[in-house]
Write a new protein. Sequence first.
Length: 70
Amino acid sequence: MHQSYSTVYVYHRCECGSEWTESRSKVDRSQPITTDEVLEVYQRLEAFEGSLSDLLQPIAEQKPEPKPDK
């Protein structure tokens, strides 16, 4: 992960060897969070099994699992 003034860059590498970089806007920590956002975090943590980077990846940007070749 690398943070610039306005953007956070997250570097990923999958088991197949592919690499990609995801850029995210920095979070404005001066803005309050909503109750819905807190509940979403608890729901995601409830049964989560995986890496920290998988956990922090926004739901809309999650990559589908590759299907094994037959």
